[in-house]
Structure formats: C-alpha cells, structure tokens
Design a protein around this ligand. Structure first.
Ligand SMILES: [Zn+2]
Length: 275
C-alpha cells in the first residue's frame, strides 16, 4: 500500500493499493478528506469517477495483456473554493509471463468458418464490446463476496494461443471447469445489462454491471435464470454451467471489465482488502 499525503491543505490523503502492477491487475485508489472540497482523479490524463465508499472516495483502474508496460501518470486535484492543489504521482505496469499454448493447424483446416458465420460472430462480438464499453449505471457493489462456482481453474487469464507462428489472442477471462448444471452465482450485487442465447462464441451468457465501470460476464451457460434489467444480489443464481457457444466441454468462462479493460477475474475474486 502506497500512502501519499497532500500537505498543502493537510486535508487530503491518498492511498494507492500498489506502485507496481502486473498486466491484468487492478489498481485500487482511495482518497480521504477531512474538509469539504471537490476531488478529481486522472489516470493517463483521462478523468475517472470517484465514488463514496466507507467514508472515502474510491476508484478502480484496470490493466490488461494489451497495456504497454511502463510508467503511468496519476493526478489528483483537490479544489476548495478558489484554492486548487494538484498531486502528481505514477504507477508502473510490468509484463506478466502469460502461459503459451500452441496449436498447429494444417492448411486445409485454416479456413473452416464460412463467411456468413464469421460475419455473425463479428457482429455479436461488437454487441458485447458495446455493452462492456457503455457507461456504468447506478453503483451497486465493487467487491466480490464469493466465487461464482467452485474454484476449479482450467484456464487462466491472459493465456496466449499461438498457431502457425502467430499469436491469435489472449484468453480474456478465467475458466472454471465444473460439472454441467452447476449454478453460477453472482459474486456481488449488480444489474443484468446483457442476457442472450445462441451467440456463436459466447453461447448463452449474462453480463452484470456493478457500477463504477465494473462489469462481469459469464459465458457458455446451459440455461440462464435472469433477464436484461434484473437486479441481483450476491449469491443469486444467474444460470447454470454448460458448454454452449465455442467450448470444448462444460465450464464457466468468467470475464471482468474495469472501464472497458479486460482484467484478471481471479485477482479481483481473491483480493481481501482492496482499499
Ligand atoms: Zn475462457
């Protein structure tokens, strides 16, 4: 935990959960103030909303396998009447050694998806991305109270899939290999912002908005129990584990997005005291 004290007004203290993040990890920021004033927070020059939490103001910043390692500037501005104080600091993002898996496809298998399927798959992907990047709604919860199902990890975040000498993609979530029909529980409160069936890749799936830019997603369900607009509490059943969409067997693919950045769900699920 990195603690910064803004001495000018002696009214503001800033906690960053770390000064060095690995790709895929989340930075947790909390700001406390003894005096009334307006606090603004900027990461890499862009403003982020701070929300009240335990008498402080907090925000989360996500990094992913696509985040370039290096120094990322942070600015906190405190305004009180006509007075304005600025605190500049930074965090480092360092590379994560993601697991590599290589598949070699013979030339005859390299173009097996027909054009219309591919077009539909792309369209569906765009729909999902749009929901993930849309502004968050009402603030419900930031912190997980439970795993969505048993912690039987079969695929980790960031895993690299290589074929024929090229990196195809990074695995954007966490795979939990539990039996078909196992209930999938909401780790914390949120609103269902996308619940669909029969998407080519995702199958039957649900996306929750927890507020403050935090969204979680659950793919490959055999059946879902919620609809768009439903409010859920921690422990509510979202659906049941299956292998719909592109999946080699029954498992839950869980993803987590912070302000549109796909982060490691396991990092979030396992962190006990983030702020
Ligand atoms: Zn997966």
């Amino acid at each position: 935990m990195l603690r910064l004290l803004l001495l000018f007004l002696a009214a503001l203290d800033v906690n960053l959960s770390t000064d060095t993040l690995k790709q895929g990890e989340i930075l947790y920021i909390s700001v406390g103030s003894d005096e009334p004033g307006l606090v603004s927070f900027y990461y890499r020059g862009a403003p982020y909303h701070l929300v009240p939490y335990n008498d402080r103001l907090v925000a989360m910043i996500g990094t992913s396998y696509n985040t370039n390692p290096g120094r990322k500037p942070i600015r906190i501005v405190f305004r009180q009447g006509l007075t304005e104080e600025v605190l500049d600091t930074f965090v480092y993002v360092v590379s994560t050694n993601f697991r590599k898996s290589v598949i070699t496809l013979p030339p005859s298998k390299q173009h097996t998806i027909d054009a219309s399927e591919q077009e539909r798959k792309n369209r569906e992907y765009e729909e999902v991305v749009q929901i993930l990047n849309a502004p968050s709604g009402t603030f419900y919860s930031l912190l997980p109270e439970m795993f969505p199902c048993a912690k039987k990890i079969s695929g980790t975040y960031g895993d690299e899939r290589w074929t024929n000498g090229r990196k195809l993609w990074n695995h954007s979530g966490l795979d939990l290999a539990v039996a078909e029909g196992t209930p999938i529980l909401a780790p914390c409160a949120g609103m269902v912002v996308m619940a669909r069936d029969t998407f080519i890749r995702q199958g039957t799936f649900v996306i929750l908005d927890h507020g403050m830019g935090l969204k979680s997603l659950y793919y490959h369900m055999i059946e879902r129990s919620v609809e768009d607009g439903d409010l859920v509490q921690a422990g509510d059943t979202l659906g049941f584990v299956g292998s719909t969409g592109i999946a080699t067997g029954p498992h839950l693919h869980m993803g987590l997005n912070v302000h549109g950045v796909p982060v490691d769900p396991l990092f979030w699920l396992e962190r006990k005291e983030p702020f």
